[in-house]
Each structure stands twice: as structure tokens, then as C-alpha cells.
Design a protein around this ligand. Structure first.
Ligand code: HEM
Length: 406
């Protein structure tokens, strides 16, 4: 049985009770960890429950930066570090410089051939990936209780558009043709995210509001990281399979590899990263599906996400469409948890038209000009979405300096 912290014991009566009607569903518990490290990219490991593992290198470093007041300087200096192959800018404290030089190294098991195949996969399926990352993974994050609470009470929770633009940057960078090449940006984005997560681990335990509702003492364990990871590639692949999108095995393996490398670069230990799709699905069955549940914080975040189009059309069309898409992708239970109203028109349209839309798109794929023209169109949409979210500003992923102010 997992250890129960003193703080947790004090909370049980008060906080859960205060959640009222939600308490029954939010108490969805994670199963004990039994996934074997034999199924990981490392092929071996101690098998420790990753709930008790965080980031032993980045966490003390970033805690020290925050405590000694160096985090603003590091954020400022790192704004000019944007490309994987670029040397680190001058002016970083020596310990940060040393950490990043280690953290930016790709794992020994990286397979450039698979990464090249992943480019073909992204080229052909860019539109689906955009929809799925944004609406399936993005909305799913609001029913992952630990993530929803961490996001809500952290600094970024107060400005969701800015936060989403930063998360969307990762989705964008991993989908570019040169993601892990010297001219790409995914290594930089992953390392900066690793630093941001380490900052959250130090700061959130100082937030009385987070402490009052969170069952854990330190957020973003390696197990939480894998839960969120499954809300991304595993959920995307499950949905593509459900839509019967025909994906050659070498392409689905390559897509998995893209995300295996991302997991490593985000600081997840190799012994927790699934080596194959069947191992990934087995792990997701164990760690993702059982923890999904509504929380007041997740409901609030979902509402903000669905309101994102408000600036463009006052929410008249965008909110019902995004809500309907969420119901279509994640199902009635999750949509109901998130208090998304039914939209008879859009719900019916998606049920009837999405399948044929995919079928037509897939049928045209063998035509010689289809993949590049799909890619041009999808790339245009991806860039446009990012531009809207970032309001035309450069997107900088940074170490947070505090928690949600209000
Ligand atoms: C920050 C991605 C897992 C909570 C970020 C950022 C990215 C990101 C790109 C930078 C955006 C920003 O600074 O706002 C990911 C990926 C994950 C993952 C790809 C797993 C594969 C998690 C988990 C949690 C979490 C498991 C919580 C349980 C946060 C929080 C921030 C953050 C609170 C900082 C927001 C702030 O600025 O205050 N993450 N994340 N993340 N992430 Fe994650």
C-alpha cells in the first residue's frame, strides 16, 4: 500500500467533503504500479512505482535558482536559445549551463531512420494530429485530476491562452520535419519544459490553495508524466485506429518513437517509457484510464478552453463546435463531467460527416500531390493557430516564478 502523508491524512475529511457532489467521482484511484520495466525502451529497471520518482537532476537545480533569485536571469538569457544546434548563450550560471549541456543530449537509442519516417507520418496526418492534440489530448488534460489542479493553481493557470500557446508550441515543434535536428527546436522546448516542471515542483507545495486540494505532496511525478504522455500519443493513436485511418506499421512505430524521444528529453526515465504500442496501451490501461475524473478546477479549465474562440466570433459558433468535438472525441461521460451541453446540430453532423470526410481524405492520399498539398494546408492551419494563441509574440517557455496570484 502506498504511504499516506501526514498532510494527506489531515485533508481527507475537509477538502474532499468541500468538493461536494464531485467527491465521489474525483476519488478515482490509481492502481498499484505493476507495469514491468522489461517492456520499456531500457528493457530493464528497478520497477519502482514512478509515483515516488520526480526529477533528481532538474529539481534541486531549479529549487536553488528560485531560492537564490537567479531564475529571472536564467529565463531572460534562455530566451535567445531557440534552436537545438545553437550553443548556449553566455551569462548562464555554471550549474545551469552544465545541466543543459547534459540534458540536451539525445538518448543513445535514438533511431534517425524512425524519426525520418515520422516526418512522413506527420505530413500525411497533420490535420488529424492537430485536431487530436488540441481537442482529445487538450480536453483530456482537464479530466486528469492531478494535472488539472497543478495547471489551475500554478502561475500559468491565470492566463490560459498564454499557457496553451506554450503547450501548443511543443505540439508544433514535435511535428516539424527537423524536430530533433540541429535546425529544429524540440530539444530546446523539451529541456525548457523540464526546467518549468521542476519550478512547479518547488512552487506548488507553497500554494495553500493547491495544498488544500491535492492528494500528493510534490506534483508532477514520473507517473503523472506518463499519464499525461498517454493523453498525447497513446490517445491520438487509439483515436486514429477508431477512425480506421490506415497507418502502416512502420509509420505508427515511427510516431511512437518521436514521443519516446520526447519523453526522455522531458526527463522521464527510460525504464518507464514503453518500447512498443502494445506496452504503451497496457501501461495506459493501468495509469491513464482509471484516473480520469472531474474536478472543479478541470471544469473551470475546460470552460476556458472552449471559450478560446470567443475573441473571433463571441463564442457563437466556436464554443458549440469545440464542445461538440469534445463529446465526439472523448465520449458522453467525459463531456458530461465537463458540463458541456449537448449540441443536437453539431453532434449529429460530426457523427454522420466525420467518417466520410476521413474516408475521402484517405482515398485521395495515394495521389502524387496529395501528401505535400495536405501538408501545406495543415501547416498553414498549425501556424495560424499558434499565431492566434501567442498573439503574434515569440513564445518563451520559462521557469515559473510564483503560483497563481488569485
Ligand atoms: C508546463 C508539457 C506533464 C503541469 C508545461 C509546458 C509544457 C508542458 C510545454 C510549458 C508551458 C508553460 O510554461 O506554461 C508537458 C508534457 C507533459 C507534461 C509534454 C508530459 C508528457 C505535466 C504533468 C503536470 C504538468 C503530469 C501536472 C501533473 C504543468 C504545469 C506547468 C507545465 C503546472 C507550468 C504552468 C505555468 O507556467 O505555471 N508542460 N507537461 N505537466 N506543466 Fe506540463
Amino acid at each position: 500500500m502506498e504511504p499516506v502523508s501526514r498532510r494527506r491524512m489531515l485533508q481527507v475529511g475537509g477538502a474532499l467533503g468541500a468538493l461536494g457532489a464531485l467527491s465521489a467521482t474525483t476519488s478515482a484511484q490509481a492502481a498499484p504500479w505493476s507495469w514491468s520495466p522489461m517492456g520499456s525502451v531500457a528493457g530493464a529497471g528497478a520497477g519502482t512505482d514512478p509515483r515516488w520518482v520526480w526529477d533528481e537532476e532538474a529539481d534541486p537545480l531549479v529549487a536553488s535558482l528560485l531560492d537564490r533569485g537567479d531564475a529571472p536571469l536564467v529565463n531572460r538569457v534562455l530566451r535567445t536559445w531557440t534552436r537545438n544546434g545553437q550553443p548556449l548563450p553566455d551569462g548562464l550560471p555554471a550549474d545551469v549551463h552544465q545541466f543543459i549541456q547534459r540534458a540536451r543530449q539525445l538518448p543513445s537509442w535514438v533511431d534517425q531512420g524512425k524519426l525520418a519516417t515520422a516526418v512522413q507520418f506527420n505530413e500525411k496526418r497533420g490535420l488529424y494530429l492537430g485536431v487530436l492534440y488540441g481537442l482529445a489530448s487538450g480536453m483530456m488534460s482537464t479530466v486528469i485530476p492531478k494535472e488539472a489542479r497543478a495547471v489551475y493553481y500554478s502561475e500559468g493557470g491565470a492566463d490560459m491562452k498564454d499557457r496553451i500557446s506554450k503547450t501548443a508550441k511543443l505540439g508544433y515543434d514535435i511535428g516539424t520535419a527537423n524536430a530533433y535536428q540541429p535546425t529544429g527546436s524540440m530539444i530546446v522546448t523539451a529541456v525548457k519544459t523540464r526546467l518549468a516542471h521542476a519550478g512547479v515542483r518547488h512552487l506548488l507545495p507553497q500554494s495553500p490553495r493547491w495544498v488544500a486540494v491535492a492528494p500528493e505532496d510534490i506534483p508532477i511525478s514520473q507517473r503523472d508524466m506518463m499519464v499525461t504522455w498517454h493523453s498525447l500519443p497513446t490517445t491520438v493513436m487509439r483515436q486514429l485506429n477508431a477512425w480506421r485511418v490506415p497507418i502502416p506499421t512502420r509509420e505508427s512505430t515511427a510516431f511512437l518513437h518521436l514521443w519516446q524521444v520526447a519523453a526522455h528529453m522531458l526527463g522521464i526515465k527510460d525504464e518507464y517509457i514503453p518500447a512498443t504500442w502494445s506496452e504503451a496501451n497496457a501501461q495506459a490501461d493501468q495509469v491513464l484510464d482509471p484516473v480520469l475524473a472531474p474536478t472543479p478546477e478541470g471544469i473551470a479549465l475546460a470552460d476556458i478552453l472552449l471559450d478560446l474562440g470567443k475573441e473571433i466570433d463571441a463564442g457563437i459558433l466556436s464554443k458549440p463546435i469545440l464542445g461538440s468535438f469534445t463529446r465526439f472525441l472523448l465520449g458522453n461521460q467525459i463531456a458530461n463531467w465537463l458540463q458541456i451541453p449537448r449540441e443536437p446540430l453539431w453532434d449529429t453532423l460530426l457523427q454522420t460527416a466525420w467518417g466520410p470526410f476521413i474516408a475521402v481524405r484517405e482515398a485521395l492520399l495515394p495521389l502524387p500531390l496529395a501528401p505535400p498539398s495536405y501538408w501545406l494546408f495543415d501547416e498553414f492551419l498549425r501556424k495560424l493557430a499558434l499565431l492566434f494563441l501567442s498573439e503574434g509574440q515569440q513564445i518563451n517557455i520559462e521557469i515559473p516564478l510564483g503560483n497563481r496570484p488569485s
